[in-house]
Each structure stands twice: as C-alpha cells, then as structure tokens.
Design a protein around this ligand. Structure first.
Ligand code: ZN
Length: 135
C-alpha cells in the first residue's frame, strides 16, 4: 500500500471555458482531455501541470453535488486526488481506522482509473479522492 503522489487537484468552477482560457493565457496550460460524467452530473477538463494535473469540475445539473458546493463557496479547490497502489486495500485499511468512506468500493473514474472518495468528516473537512491506474 503506497501513495505515489498527487494525481490531480480538483477545482470546482461555474464557468469551465472561462477558467480554461485564463489558465491558458496566464500559465500556457493546455487541456489534455475533456468529458462529461453523466453519472455524477459533471463536466471535467484536465490540464496537465508538471507532475500532476488540474481537474476543472463544473456541474451539468443543479442536482450535482458540485452545484451545491459552488452555491455555498463559489469557485475553489474541491478535492485532492492521491494516486495510490491497491485502492481496495486502502479502503479496507481506512475503514478499520474508523475513517468514513463515501465509496466503500472503488468505481470507474476518468482515464480508466478506479476511484473512491473519503468523507470529509474524517479528513479535517476537505475532500480526498483515491485513484489507482488499472490500464
Ligand atoms: Zn478528481
């Protein structure tokens, strides 16, 4: 069980196009991938940034949890995603340590990765995503 690094940093934004343009203009970052995740009612865009990536997340419907986040806090860091080995073992170990999990079992995320979210109530109030490459 290892943590390899920060896979990406998820930023919630109300206007993804405007944010992409800003990051392109001021840092020269480019979008590597953009997709809609129907199951979560979000559109995401990845901008590689050195060893990690920025993930812009915007809601595609008011029922998306991202819409609630934005209504409450506005644009900002939504989650940090850790690149781990053996995500199932991590989830089991975290549960044994009394950590509350949003996903007790990993689900499929972008780029053929298994992902799971940890309840912020167990992590000092911020959202952490675990992610394992399977392809
Ligand atoms: Zn993410």
């Amino acid at each position: 069980m290892r943590i390899n690094g920060v896979e990406h940093i998820g930023i919630a934004v109300t206007n993804v196009d405007e944010c992409i343009k800003t990051l392109e203009r001021i840092f020269g970052l480019e979008v590597s991938d953009r997709q809609t995740i129907e199951a979560s009612n979000v559109e995401i865009a990845f901008l590689p940034c050195g060893a990690t990536k920025i993930e812009l997340v915007t809601p595609t419907s008011e029922s998306s949890p991202i819409a609630g986040f934005l209504n409450k806090r506005g644009n900002g860091i939504h989650h940090i995603c850790l690149d781990v080995e053996n995500i199932e073992a991590w989830l089991e170990a975290l549960e044994q340590r009394g950590v509350r999990l949003i996903d007790k079992k990993p689900r499929m995320g972008a780029h053929g990765r298994k992902v799971a979210f940890i309840d912020p109530k167990s992590t000092c109030g911020f959202l952490i995503e675990l992610s394992e490459r399977i392809s």
